[in-house]
Design a protein around this ligand. Structure first.
Ligand code: COA
Ligand code: AMP
Length: 636
């Protein structure tokens, strides 16, 4: 197949193109309308079609002879356990758990928050919600009670599903106390909490708490009757997934059912070049979009075997862990974040730990979540000799915007580039006025409307914020908030965020939220948090604070306290690297903090002084603080 032909058809005749892709799925009612606009002016895919995601992912395969195939391989070096679950077993478990949820009052349209580690039951919980037409909202297990509570209050779930603990390398992390704390502080607690007890840690269940009642997973399963998939509208939300925006309030990305199913199924052929029966491993977490799409839904819809890995690239037990899993389970396609390979390279620069593993099943390695920096790209390429595919996407889009279309027509790889627009996406580089830019010129990366199927349909309960965040900056386009350029060959280079979102070890975090939390400290008058480049994690947050008049707190004690605030309010993943006290922050004459200048100073001490700056000496202060941080902390 010729990529250009496929791509051109997706743009010139989107309805014909996606009608054909939709026909590959088993709908309860096939869609007649392909693309439409609802009364609020928002684009919708396949309105009128009816389907069920759990049916596509499970029942369809069982009914078509795939019941005995392994659907999930759970590989858990942190517990020393492995489990293989067939499509039929998974279908039965999901149907029964859906019955358990129904017995708790969960029905079509209700929200269910899922806060679980990387265990098959996390997938069972998600698929059980999908079976009922309930809307799941998975919260990453590394988030602290404050983050969980914020999401609960926005989603207002009927039930919450959790496990007694997660395991970080060898540390058992009890989840239930975190859930209890979140339920104490939130305004809209669910009426039921379901707890899966793991052998590593027994959670205390509260039968009659004031806010919510706890239920044991096993008990619920024993008493439940299996339920059949409930047909839902194609536009019905499958899930709400919260992601960091520029403010403290995360954005609830709403994903529809029909468009998402069609897009994911298409991507498995076009981007990942996978056939039913192949083994696909995405080393990420179900708490992130990559996990939703490529640990859970896409591999199962496509009839593949998905690996659910509860471990790290290093330390479980060593930097050979990925090679062991690939060899042992005959993985064909592997997907992870570049930071994972940087962690492996640091421990095992010569890839000595690859030796002895039969990696002949592996055909390609996919990377996303942050930019695949050329040194990391070169290292992976050298040690594997395989296609190394950088592809660019966001929680909002749900699947790749730019990629090397391996299943259509593999293209030459270019180090540092996420390659070509995926069929359905119209990628344009715009300057700040919205004028399209020629090849080679950097600008805002925007996507022409309508977006293809699978992308967000709105923000949960907030159409206005959806328009404001994504549609208003450049009329007729979706604003990705990423910056970059397209070269003469049409290859896209994504260079980084244009807003206050940073990427720490593939985790998307908001510096605005960190500023809000730091700003609550009694000694702090104002602050700025920016991301600084980090060799291992890509970026790390760095804080600058101005003290209130008359405050004379020891800077080191303050730094320690603020690091703890970020750790306990957001989570250990946020990893505030250092805090410097300064007399003033660089600001414009109208009082806006010049975060971009601070960011530039972290990379290059000789930045140009912006014309709008109120006091140029404030930049010298930041420079001095950075020198101190460098000498005091990073020099060794
Ligand atoms: N639950 C609880 N704590 C967690 C956690 C979780 N699920 N995940 C991470 N943490 C903790 C870690 O234990 C660590 O704690 P510590 O500071 O007390 O030691 C801290 O958060 C920092 O974690 P992280 O920065 O993730 O480092 P790591 O060494 O634990 O893991 C990677 C390194 C590369 C494996 C990990 O960052 C990773 O998988 N990143 C990719 C993320 C991703 O998949 N993004 C989606 C796009 S593909
Ligand atoms: P998330 O929503 O957590 O998936 O994060 C999305 C953001 O991560 C994007 O807006 C980019 O800034 C960054 N990102 C993801 N994949 C890539 C990639 N392949 N290249 C460059 N940046 C990426």
């Amino acid at each position: 197949m010729n990529y250009q032909d496929v791509y051109d058809r997706s743009i010139s005749d989107p309805e014909g193109f996606w009608r054909q892709e939709a026909a590959k799925l088993d709908w309860f009612k096939a869609p007649e309308t392909i693309l439409s606009r609802d009364e609020d002016g928002l684009d919708r895919w396949f309105a009128g079609g009816r389907l069920n995601m759990a049916h596509l992912a499970l029942d369809y395969h069982v009914d078509h002879g795939r019941g005995g195939q392994t659907a999930i391989i759970h590989d858990s070096p942190v517990t020393g356990r492995q489990r293989h679950i067939t499509y039929e077993e998974l279908r039965d478990e999901v149907a029964r758990f859906a019955g358990g949820l129904r017995a708790l009052g969960v029905e079509h349209g209700d929200r269910v928050v899922i806060y679980m580690p990387m265990i098959p039951e996390a997938l069972v919980a998600m698929l059980a919600c999908a079976r009922l037409g309930a809307i799941h909202s998975v919260v990453f297990g590394g988030f602290q009670p404050h983050e969980l509570a914020v999401r609960i209050d926005d989603a207002r779930p009927r039930a919450l599903i959790t496990a007694s603990c997660g395991i970080e390398v060898s540390r058992v992390l009890p989840y239930k106390p975190l859930v209890d704390e979140a339920l104490q502080v939130c305004q809209h607690p669910p009426t039921a909490t379901v707890v899966l007890q793991r052998p590593e840690c027994e959670a205390t269940l509260h039968r009659n708490s004031a806010t919510t009642r706890d239920f044991d997973w096993e008990r619920l399963m024993k008493d439940a009757s299996p339920v059949d998939p409930v047909p839902v509208d194609a536009t019905h939300p499958l899930y709400v997934l919260y992601t960091s925006g520029t403010t403290g309030k995360p954005k609830g990305i709403v994903r529809d059912t029909g468009g998402y199913a069609v897009a994911l199924n298409f991507s498995m052929d076009a981007i990942y070049n996978l056939d039913p029966g192949d083994v696909f491993w995405t080393a990420s977490d179900v708490g992130w979009v990559v996990g939703h799409s490529y640990i859970v839904y896409a591999p199962l819809i496509h009839g593949c075997t998905t690996v659910v890995y509860e471990g790290k690239p290093v330390r479980t037990p060593d930097a050979g862990a990925f090679w062991r899993v690939i060899a042992e389970h005959r993985v064909k396609t592997f997907f992870t974040a570049p930071t994972a390979f940087r962690a492996i390279r640091k421990e095992d620069p010569d890839a000595a730990l690859m030796t002895g593993y039969d990696l002949s099943s592996l055909q390609a390695i996919y990377l996303a979540g942050e930019r695949l920096d050329p040194p990391t790209y070169g290292w992976i390429k050298d040690i594997t000799g395989l296609p190394v595919i950088d592809h660019w996407w966001q929680t909002e889009t749900g699947w790749a915007i730019a990629a090397n279309p391996m299943g259509i027509e593999p293209h030459r790889e270019k180090s540092g580039s996420a390659a070509l627009p995926v069929p359905g996406y119209r990628i344009t580089i715009l300057d700040s006025q919205g004028t399209p830019q020629p090849p080679g010129r950097q600008g805002n990366i925007a996507l022409g409307l309508p977006l293809p199927p699978g992308c967000l349909s709105t923000l949960w309960g907030d159409d206005d914020r959806f328009r404001l965040s994504y549609l208003n900056a450049f009329p007729g386009y979706y604003d990705t908030s990423d910056g970059g350029y397209i070269d003469e060959d049409g290859y896209l280079f994504v260079m980084g965020r244009m807003d206050d979102v940073i990427n720490v070890a593939g985790h998307r975090l908001s510096t605005g939220e960190m500023e809000e939390l730091i700003g609550h400290h009694p000694a702090v008058a104002e602050c700025a948090v920016v991301g600084i480049a980090d060799e291992l994690k890509g970026e790390m947050p760095l804080g600058f604070v101005v003290l209130k008049e008359g405050q004379s707190i020891d800077p080191e004690a303050l730094e320690k306290a603020l690091m703890e605030v970020i750790r306990t309010k957001i989570g250990a993943i946020a990893n505030l690297q250092a805090v410097a006290v300064v007399d003033k922050l660089p600001k414009t004459r109208s009082g806006k903090i010049l975060r971009k200048s601070i960011r530039q100073l972290t990379q290059d001490r000789d930045v140009a002084v912006p014309a709008t700056i109120e006091d140029p000496s404030s930049l010298d202060e930041i420079r001095e603080a950075l020198e101190f941080i460098k000498v005091g902390r990073y020099a060794s």
